[in-house]
Design a protein. Sequence first.
Length: 443
Amino acid sequence: MAEPPLQKSLLSGLISDDLLLQCMHCGMCLPTCPTYNVTKLESSSPRGRIRLIKSVSEGKLEINDTYLNEISFCLDCQACETACPAGVKYGAIVEAAREEVSRQNLEPLKVRTIRRFGLNFIVANQPILKIVARLIYIYQASGLQKFLHNIGMFKIMGGNLGAVDQMSPKFSKRFSSDMMSEIYTPAEPVRYRVLLPLGCLMDVAFADINSDTLDVLLQHGCEVIIPRNQGCCGSLHAHNGEQKKGKELALKTMELFKNFEYDFLISNSAGCGAYMKEYGHVFEDTESQSHEVTSDENFPVMFSSKVKDISEFLYETGFRAENYTYEGRITYHDACHLAHTQKITLAPREIIKSVGGVNYTELNEASWCCGSAGIYNVARYDDALNFLVRKMGNLKATGSEVVVMANPGCMGQIQHGTDKYDHKMEVLHLATFLNRAYKKKKN
Ligand code: SF4
Ligand code: SF4
């Protein structure tokens, strides 16, 4: 028997008839949409997708190839939300549509494998992720990866496998969770007590960024708590149509962190911070409230209210880096989940500019998606490359030696661009940039 069409309940309240009418007379989001910019087709625009999703949810349109393509072509960058005067929650709409596509097994096998095996089995289980990360580290560090590329093995295998392999981050020799203690105290009197999540991929592939984040927080007078046995916060799942798994991981995260007392929870990954800030909203339905941590309906809201991006926290608590030094021309790329979802654009720029010696140049189209977008650059490599080419052109025009950002996904994608196009530019996380500037001053 055929699956029922997209459940109306899934989208109830998100797309009303009035909203659709308003969209018809508006279209302000269209010029900001990267996919519409490529095709110039209404169906590749936020407004066009809203109409498609509504039609499917009401059973007026069968899910067809155009629909599936447009739902996966969307970057979920949420630039349209920033532009929308009516406050349309487009991200929630497209994520609900993706969940339904996933539920009905309608996506290509490659994407289904990434979701079910990559996200739900590996990324969602930190002990398994650590085993896989260790194997990838050996593959990368032993020279086997380089050897396979040199002999043209990936060309024989075909597709974009070689490019995707080169794009994957360099996995860490030592994982954050194996190196870091549970509590760190600053040299100066404690000003704030903060909790630092290590993340899933951040733990195993960006351990140096976690260390830099810890150092910067200590420099700012924070006592830093790093709970043991952390795992994924569910962000990658929720933003890629696996909301059930996302919620399950969010519950685990809250269950673990509720045992600690802290003023702020500091995120150094824009996607994770964005999702943890949404927990309060995600668990507002009555069904969720049967769980221990959500039976107090205020707990998820309170949890989310303490989540701060590192740049947001530093800026709001008066951190200025006048005593830090970094000589050079620097620019900044906005991660979509920081600029469009969390609306944080000023704080990182002001912090960078406050570092002594910095020659800051604003990046044209800084908040235009780089094509990373969660699993997008693996699932749709060619499209992601188009967006990356545009980003690399803008980066080159700044003449900067360093580009700073606050999201590991963007870092991997832009690093891939600098390698692929032999572009001499260093890609740094904000925490790494600040910690280097601090050390230069100290020396
Ligand atoms: S999320 Fe980004 S790609 Fe998708 S419709 Fe909105 S602006 Fe376009
Ligand atoms: S800006 Fe908002 S209201 Fe206008 S077309 Fe886009 S989604 Fe609709």
